[in-house]
Write a protein that binds this ligand. Structure first.
Ligand SMILES: [Zn+2]
Length: 416
């Protein structure tokens, strides 16, 4: 018999619809949403006084192992959108795993990112034991083939690394090559997502016809418009420019409770991992926050994503799962209402990335849900008071042992 959740205030992905009964089917979808209050009967979940939300979607992560996906789900993040992982067999293995089991977050992935030969992001990869090397683009003529190969590998969208050659220490794609990649992706109906953390990158990606910009210029005021779609990754913008977000994380026991002791110890030791950092002058979080406020003012589409990652053996400053709750707080601090920030992490992420089966509490949608204490529509940090997480209708045991993330936790998939 499916689960019946009674009496929670329901945020349906766009707005609060007040107390309701939500009925889940055996098939892992939502059968019915019945507004109104009633007494729960035996066998039903008494959720009165709590809030039920669609499972969170983190629209910018990087995966180093299946342990990341377990950590995501434990924090109510039921779907992650990987924005570059390698090699392709590793990404394919994670996809199969996410499909076959319900104790880890579901996954979509760009697979390999478009970058220059011997440039970012190829240089951040450790040497591959099989001798595999990440393909790079030497110029616009390589775009068609690069995109065709990613399509064949099953990429759900295409990620492009956009940085000014003057701001990075490695070769980078020319604006012409970025435009050629966008053209090739559009012909194959693949969405393009650009890494764009500077004014130059933001403007270049936009001019090249990129569909989604991720990060925000840290080096000054960006040109904004209503037709832009942005995944700001405020958590990463904060982590790149100061230690405050790490301190904020360590100071909130609700954020560290479901992390492994190794990860927390690494954070306390000040380990920030190793990520490509644009060296553009004048980088500051205040610029990112100001740019987000201006995008909101202009009516741009903003989707929540964290840039969660972890370098093997070293926890970085942006952690899987827990960072999504920091991201929501940072979005609200930059001017979004809690309802708007929660929509950015649910229905809007689903709309932008064409995940039509999830992101909303409505009949027929996947039963990816989280139940929290309190009301995140008045205080968005209430999402940290997690009570229950369901993925495809299966309740996740929040008290299950916490393993350190990494490639070594990859095991055979378990059947439901
Ligand atoms: Zn990233």
């Amino acid at each position: 018999m499916g689960t019946t959740i009674v009496g929670a205030r329901v945020f349906d992905g766009e707005r609060s619809i007040g107390p309701a009964t939500v009925v889940l089917s055996d098939a892992g979808t939502i059968d019915a949403v019945e507004p109104g209050e009633r007494e729960p009967v035996e066998g039903e979940v008494d959720a009165r006084g709590r809030t039920l939300l669609p499972g969170l979607i983190d629209a910018h992560v990087h995966l180093r192992g299946a342990g990341n996906l377990g950590q995501d789900l434990r924090h109510g993040v039921t779907t992650v959108l990987d924005m570059f992982s390698a090699p392709p067999q590793f990404t394919a293995m994670l996809r199969r795993r996410a499909y076959s089991r319900d104790d880890e977050a579901d996954l979509r992935s760009s697979g390999l990112m478009a970058g220059a030969v011997d440039g970012w992001p190829a240089v951040m990869l450790p040497p591959d034991p099989t001798g595999w090397r990440m393909p790079g683009l030497a110029g616009p003529d390589d775009a068609e083939r690069f995109v065709a190969d990613r399509e064949r590998e099953g990429s759900d969208y295409l990620k492009v690394f956009v940085e000014n050659a003057a701001d990075v220490t490695r070769p980078t794609l020319s604006p012409e090559t970025v435009a050629a990649v966008c053209g090739a992706a559009r012909r194959r109906r693949l969405l393009t997502v650009a890494h764009a953390p500077t004014r130059w990158a933001f403007a270049t990606a936009r001019a090249a016809g990129v569909d989604v910009l991720t990060h925000l210029p840290l080096d000054g005021t960006a040109e904004v418009a209503a037709d832009l779609t942005v995944v700001p990754t405020m958590t990463m913008m904060a982590a790149l420019t100061s230690q405050d977000s790490v301190r904020a994380l360590l100071d909130d026991p609700r954020l560290t409770a479901r992390l492994s002791s190794e990860v927390v110890a690494g954070l306390e030791a000040g380990d920030r991992g190793g990520l490509p950092t644009s060296s553009a002058v004048g980088a500051s979080y205040a610029h990112a926050e100001d740019n987000l406020a201006r995008l909101l003012e202009a009516g741009a589409t903003v989707v929540a994503g964290t840039d969660a990652n972890d370098v093997p053996g070293r926890p970085a400053a942006v952690l899987h799962g827990t960072s999504m709750h920091l991201e929501l707080e940072l979005l609200v601090r930059a001017g979004m209402s809690p309802a708007d920030a929660l929509a950015a992490a649910t229905s809007r992420a689903a709309d932008v990335f064409a995940l039509a089966d999830r992101g909303r509490i409505a009949p027929g949608r996947r039963a990816d849900l989280l139940l929290v204490d309190g009301d995140p529509l008045s205080d968005v940090t209430a999402t940290r008071d997690l009570r229950t997480v369901w993925r495809r209708g299966v309740e996740h045991d929040l008290s299950s042992p916490v393993h350190a993330p990494g490639r070594d936790v990859v095991g055979p998939p378990r059947r439901r």
